[in-house]
Design a protein. Sequence first.
Length: 94
Amino acid sequence: MRAACHVCGRETDCHRHHIIHGTGNRKPCETPESVIPLCPTCHGHVHGMNGHLLDVKLKAELQHTYFQQGRGEQEVRKLMGGKLILGEDGEIVV
């Protein structure tokens, strides 16, 4: 899909990245907000050996978006695959 990469902003042929992934989590947690365009470079980075920080950042942004939409904690927790990334103070708790 041709789009602007969510991470670097580069307009290119992007991959669809599922922010919430893993066996049993991808489909039940999929929302329009949880699937984002990533260029091949950024997509490779998030799934690479040093991609944990970017993965956590994307999950934190998603969680923040859900709360900004007015969703409750239980619903957000379910959509996040069972765990919250940000604490009440906004700090990452993973």
